[in-house]
Write a protein that binds this ligand. Structure first.
Ligand SMILES: *[C@@H]1O[C@H](CO)[C@@H](O)[C@H](O)[C@H]1NC(C)=O
Ligand SMILES: *[C@@H]1O[C@H](CO)[C@@H](O)[C@H](O)[C@H]1NC(C)=O
Ligand SMILES: [Cu+2]
Length: 557
């Protein structure tokens, strides 16, 4: 362990020579480097999504990837195996450049949109691609090049409580920033009810910084059909079945938070003890379209339990500015912010045709993550983490995985793959961030041994029902435990947008020690599909906040 960390560190230092140092002050480095480099993504990871407990589908755009099919065509999508780093190529026909995705209730992954044709890849602006995750290594993309109602580059997608997807916005052309002439201010559903795109004025009003709008399903009673939607500095509560604005919320303090002034947004964990109080947090971004402009060091959060009085509360961003942050809700409900830059905006660097001088759109990589504890009082919520050695700029990604670590890869700020002689090369290194709950030794990690009587875990999703008391058994090498549980959806990750990411706390009752080192308990599933959309989610059970060795794949309906 120590040896592999050391070797990774040496390799990283050699590769990152020439990278400008980050302005971050390191604080309280109370433990070993939580980042370990282990693996190679094979292609530039612009989009990632966990499709099986041990598999991540990686999608890039059509460009000169180092891995090729026998005919020389660049591979632009593959399935990455978390157990051994092996890769299975997933053929595609259309360009996936800066697209979006989400899961339907039936377990299918849907991937939407793309950009102009490139090499052997046809135009993907209206593509709709379906992937039915599998464990047998046989599933493939099914692609419909005209599956969307209209052209969508940089759209957003969110899973709805009725099991469908809501697909919003984008532009009809690839561009550094949206504008009236290329804007697509419309939405559609999949599966579709209306063959035409439906106009959405909010995306006219929020020009030009409104690509990859943030969307969160609003918790509430059964039958509610509301989304929180944020673009630029504006946000609304939107009723997707009535096609009406329920509430126009106050403007977000601080800078615009959407592409290319990219910040990030999360719906904080929903807690039954707090009546599933919906709180949205937005962080980072930039004030202006200027590569020298310092990234925003502000966050703002809004409690949406009373829409009439809802106001934004401003916080700092852990004492450092960050544009293009990734926000990953950890197994214990805290949120990890990582990746991104201290200066500049999202987008590709540019090269002067005459002089060959390269201008980065973002600089000063922010290498140290911060962890946000939503239950702490204002001013005490952020804790700085030891830094990575790898700059993760434009087109970087991160996601929680079932063992409680965070999978991090990407960074591709060039217009094409560039691996050497450049300040910020395309980065294929896979890194794992271990929160302190992985490295601590105070409490043993539980191992989940059965869910709903099923002992064959993570070999197909276990079916559970909303509001059900699900029986779980754990192996725990201790005489007592303090158990909590959560249902987590990791979401579809791209461009600092973690589409449909969700964390719902589940009440744990009837804890009994059923045998030596074995505990049995009831875990209450969320009450209805507005708390977490139907379909595939992961059940985490923690002991003193320390997650089980692996979360269990369940399907809720
Ligand atoms: C899920 O539904 C979609 C849309 O109707 C369909 O295309 C897909 O094949 C379904 N997936 C499964 C696994 O049945
Ligand atoms: C630099 O990149 C070029 C083109 O991708 C490649 O042919 C060459 O081998 C690389 N050089 C090094 C030192 O990696
Ligand atoms: Cu992009």
């Amino acid at each position: 362990m120590i040896i592999s960390v050391f070797l990774a560190f040496v390799a990283v230092v050699a590769l990152s020579a020439g990278v400008s140092s980050s302005p971050i002050k390191r604080t309280s480095l109370d433990r070993v480097n939580p980042f370990v480099v282990d693996g190679n993504s094979g292609i530039a990871a612009m989009h990632i999504v966990l499709t099986e407990p041990n598999k991540i589908v990686i999608i890039d755009k059509a460009q000169d990837e180092p891995v090729r099919y026998p005919d020389g065509t660049a591979v632009i999508s593959l399935e990455y195996d978390l157990t051994d780093g092996s890769k299975r190529f997933l053929p595609l026909k259309t360009n996936t450049f800066c697209s979006a995705g989400g899961f339907l209730a039936n377990g299918s992954l849907v991937h939407t949109g793309g950009a102009e044709d490139s090499g052997p890849y046809k135009t993907g602006f209206e593509s709709l691609r379906i992937f039915n995750p599998c464990q047998d290594g046989k599933c493939e993309w099914y692609e419909n090049p005209v599956g969307l109602t209209s052209k969508r580059w940089y759209p957003s997608v969110v899973s709805l409580s009725d099991g469908r997807l809501f697909i919003l916005g984008g532009s009809t052309q690839a561009s550094g920033v949206n504008s009236e002439s290329i804007n697509n201010p419309t939405f559609e559903f999949f599966p579709r009810t209306d063959p035409n795109p439906v106009p959405f004025q909010f995306l006219v009003d929020t020009l030009p910084y409104n690509l990859y709008p943030a969307m969160h399903l609003m918790p509430g009673p059964p039958g509610q059909t509301q989304l929180f939607i944020l673009a630029n500095r504006d946000s609304i509560i939107w009723d997707w079945s009535k096609n009406t604005i329920v509430k126009k919320l106050p403007q977000t303090p601080g800078p615009p938070r959407s592409y290319p002034l990219t910040g990030t947004s999360v719906m904080l964990p929903l807690d039954p003890a707090d009546n599933y109080k919906p709180i949205v947090l937005v962080c980072g971004g930039n004030e202006k379209m200027d590569r020298t402009s310092p990234a925003s060091d502000s966050c703002a959060r809004i409690d949406l339990s009373n829409l009439e009085t809802a106001t934004w509360e401003v916080d700092n961003f852990g004492g450092m500015g960050r544009v293009m942050p990734d926000a990953v809700i950890l197994a214990d409900g805290r949120t990890l912010f990582l990746n991104g830059a201290g200066r500049g905006i999202a987008g590709y660097n540019s090269k002067d045709k005459k002089t060959g001088v390269v201008t980065q759109l973002a600089d000063e990589p922010v290498l140290a993550p911060v962890i946000y504890d939503f239950k702490k009082p204002l001013g005490q919520r952020f804790a700085t983490q030891p830094p990575s050695q790898i700059p993760r700029l434009y087109h970087s990604v991160a996601t929680l995985i079932p063992d409680g670590r965070v999978f991090v890869t990407g960074s591709s700020p060039q217009i094409n793959v560039v691996t050497n002689n450049t300040q910020f090369p395309t980065d294929f290194r896979v890194e794992y961030f271990s929160p302190s709950y992985i490295t601590q030794t105070k409490y043993p990690r539980p191992t989940i041994t059965s869910v709903s009587g099923n002992k064959n875990l993570n070999k197909g999703a276990i079916k559970v029902k909303y509001d059900q008391d699900v029986t779980a058994t754990l192996n725990l090498k201790a005489q007592t435990g303090v158990f909590t549980a959560a249902l987590i959806h990791y979401g579809f990750v791209t461009h600092s947008t973690h589409m449909s990411q969700r964390y719902v706390i589940c009440q744990v009752t009837n804890v009994k020690q059923s045998a030596t080192n074995e505990f049995t308990m009831s875990v209450k599933m969320p009450p209805n599909p507005n708390m977490i959309a139907p379909g595939i989610n992961y059940l985490y059970i923690n002991n003193h906040g320390i997650p089980a060795t692996t979360a269990i794949q369940v399907s809720i309906s």
